[in-house]
Design a protein around this ligand. Structure first.
Ligand code: TMP
Length: 239
């Protein structure tokens, strides 16, 4: 499948049309940003690592009954996907308090939460992606009804269960992650975007070493090295 036109360029990926109107190619970029684009960087190899990791996780989720836009990995940094209309929500699932949750509410960093917390953030750079609730989603027509809200939350929790187990087996704590959903050509809501160390927090089970984009956000070292370690553990199932 060949790329035709550039449809959209985001912070982490470019989306291209193909000759099939229902399929797009997602190209993972080496650039990375944080704090709503205020911090910028570029790390050669980061894009292909995220493409590999995302592909592997979408496959894992598929085997466990979670439908997504992912069709197949085309090469090191390109993925063939179903074309979807992205729902402008960042759905965040948290198992351990850290990041904006600890900052905003003063919950101790590293505290294990009594249950997985699901939050919605409205994807809007100009507004700095504010957190919103179910009612905002309905008032703003981001989601149509309670059924769709429940579907997103239930799917996010199922994904969390699958990923928690997978990462626990390779000695990684899945601290939190962000996912996005889209609507396919049949009007069905499916998982979309990516699941990678850019969009998740991973801590080593023994040392709590950060193995995700916080390494870039907090200048803790080289992201490519830690993303490689995630891929290595995920593929060899060793620590
Ligand atoms: P937060 O603690 O900064 O709100 O982040 C929660 C999770 O969401 C964390 O795994 C990082 C991820 N995330 C994104 O993927 N994109 C974003 O723009 C932000 C703010 C967080």
């Amino acid at each position: 499948m060949e790329k035709i036109d550039l449809l959209y360029e985001g912070k982490g990926k470019k989306l291209y049309s193909t000759k099939d109107k229902n399929l797009v190619i997602a190209e993972f970029k080496d650039s990375l940003t944080a704090f709503n684009g205020q911090k910028k960087g570029n790390e050669e190899g980061k894009g292909s690592l995220n493409c590999e990791i995302s592909s592997l996780l979408f496959e894992l989720l598929k085997e466990n009954g979670i439908e997504s836009h992912f069709i197949k990995k085309l090469d090191s940094k390109n993925m063939l996907c179903k074309k979807v209309k992205i729902i402008p929500l960042e759905v965040v699932v948290r198992n351990i308090a850290t990041g904006s949750l600890s900052k905003r509410l003063g919950i101790d960093d590293g505290l294990k939460l009594p249950f997985a917390l699901v939050e919605f953030y409205y994807k809007n750079d100009a507004l700095n992606d504010p957190m919103i609730n179910d009612e905002h989603c309905k008032i703003m027509n981001i989601l149509n009804d309670d059924k769709e809200i429940a579907l997103l939350k239930e799917t996010a929790r199922k994904i969390n269960e699958i990923l928690l187990k997978f990462f626990d087996d390779i000695n990684i704590k899945l601290v939190d992650f962000k996912i996005e959903f889209g609507v396919d050509e049949n009007g069905k809501i499916i998982l979309a975007d990516e699941i990678s160390p850019d969009s998740c927090r991973f801590w080593d089970k023994q040392s709590n070493k950060k193995m995700d984009k916080d390494v870039f956000r907090e200048n803790l070292g080289n992201v490519v090295d830690v993303y490689k370690e995630i891929l290595l553990r995920a593929t060899k199932k060793v620590d």
